[in-house]
Ligand binder design. Structure first.
Ligand code: APR
Ligand code: PHB
Length: 389
């Protein structure tokens, strides 16, 4: 089989790239190792920058997002038991929108099915090769049968644990990493959210976040130890711990119910450079990870895919390679700024045992400055709503 672009991975990056290429008449296949149900079952963040919405609009998949997304013009930060609002819209003229990654994935899958574009789910032993030459190849097995795809380009959209980044010779790639000494314990629940807007909490017992998926589905997170076990967190314990970290008015308003999902995720900052190796281009989590504190993971995937689709479209229209050549540097500039912001928010809001009482005092002083200074609030707002592409 031969296609112009072979996309590895049917997460948001791969599906969005597939849709943008399809609209431009570029022939692409997506090869995914899991089933579509498995991909749809993953619960991830759901806070979109305006830039991400613009890309989804261009991909023609934003109708449900516009109808159902919750537009937020601000957020709250709680410390020393008091909530403070940051006026995102007032500071930047922009909003953020709550719409779950699961829903975006579904919209993209539906659009791909409607377009009749080919996705191979449950592909086994996926491997890539010859991307340093003119004729890259993708190989996989499906139902016991071996397949080989010839292509012009490979898009590595296969997430942090994927095969694409790992197929690059060690000497050609440099990675930068910070692993944080804690995780997030998340609960999804069919109850109305405790507040209209998100609440980020700095508390001596650890960070907490009140967020949502819709007006009737809430999502809460607690900072927890890395070796924490889910079984040790029955719902009642989760709600009690969350209440203890919230200000009293919010704690009283909290409506609890049975959890419909509960998971622990580690926090990591990671960047691989460069993002292009001959005819292989990495995008999304395959190239970088941010801790979820700034909600930048999905938004960075969207900006990578925007740059990559534009470069491929230009190349197929004119034969030019300028945008393909500029891809890695363009992406990395935006990625490092989002890495910095996510790292900064993580440091500001979490309990770092090794920093001791001094570290806590410094955090409170910084938070106090942040909510009291229009300039500092605006700097947070500008990054939170998304830096320009
Ligand atoms: N072969 C084929 N597919 C693979 C392979 C492989 N060897 N390895 C991984 N995959 C698939 C995974 O099963 C997954 O469906 O690649 C997909 C990668 O999807 P994501 O991990 O969601 O990464 P990405 O599409 O870049 O999305 C980034 O998702 O992880 C969040 O926080 C992140 O919100 C951000 C967004
Ligand atoms: C979420 O809704 O899951 C979410 C929102 C904001 C974050 C992280 C996660 O910073």
């Amino acid at each position: 089989m031969r296609v112009q672009v072979a996309i590895i991975g049917a997460g948001p990056s791969g599906l969005l790239l597939g849709q943008l290429l399809h609209l431009a008449g570029i022939d692409a296949i997506i090869v995914e190792q899991k089933s579509s149900d498995y991909v749809l079952g993953r619960i991830r963040a759901g806070l979109l920058e305006q830039g991400t919405i613009d890309v989804l609009d261009r991909a023609g998949v934003a109708a449900r997002l516009h109808a159902q997304g919750l537009v937020h013009g601000g957020l709250e930060i709680c410390f020393d038991g008091v909530r403070h609002r940051i006026d995102l819209h007032g500071a930047t003229g922009k909003n953020v929108t709550i719409y779950g990654q699961t829903e975006i994935t579904k919209d993209l899958m539906d659009a791909r099915a409607a377009a009749g574009a080919k996705t191979v789910y449950e592909a086994q032993e996926v491997s890539i090769g010859d991307f340093d030459g003119e004729q890259p190849k993708v190989r996989y097995r499906k139902d016991g049968v071996a397949h080989e795809v010839d292509c012009d380009f490979i898009a590595g959209c296969d997430g942090f644990h994927g095969v694409c980044r790992q197929s690059v010779p060690q000497a050609a790639i440099r990675t930068y990493e910070r692993v944080y000494p804690f995780g997030w314990l998340g609960v999804l629940c069919d109850t109305p959210p405790v507040s209209e807007e998100l609440i980020y909490v700095n508390h001596e017992r650890g960070f907490a976040l009140c967020t949502m998926r819709s007006r009737i589905r809430s999502r809460y997170y607690l900072q927890c130890a890395l070796d924490e076990k889910i079984e040790a967190w029955p719902d009642a314990r989760f709600w009690e711990e969350l209440r203890s970290r919230l200000d009293s008015a919010t704690a009283e308003r909290l409506i609890t119910g049975p959890s419909i999902e509960k998971s622990i995720a580690p926090l990591r900052s990671f960047v691989a450079e460069p993002m292009r190796f001959g005819r292989l281009f990495l995008a999304g989590d395959a190239a970088h990870i941010v801790p979820p504190t700034g909600a930048k993971g999905l938004n960075l995937a969207a900006s990578d895919v925007h740059y990559l689709s534009a470069a491929l479209i230009e190349h197929y229209a004119s034969g030019a390679t300028a945008e393909l050549d500029a891809y890695s540097a363009k992406c990395l500039r935006r990625i490092w700024r989002a890495e910095r912001f996510s790292w900064w928010m993580t440091n500001l809001l979490h309990r770092f045992p090794e920093n001791g009482a001094f570290g806590q005092k410094i955090q409170i002083a910084e938070l106090d400055y942040l909510v009291g200074s229009a300039a500092a609030s605006a700097a947070l707002a500008e990054n939170y709503v998304g830096l320009p592409y």
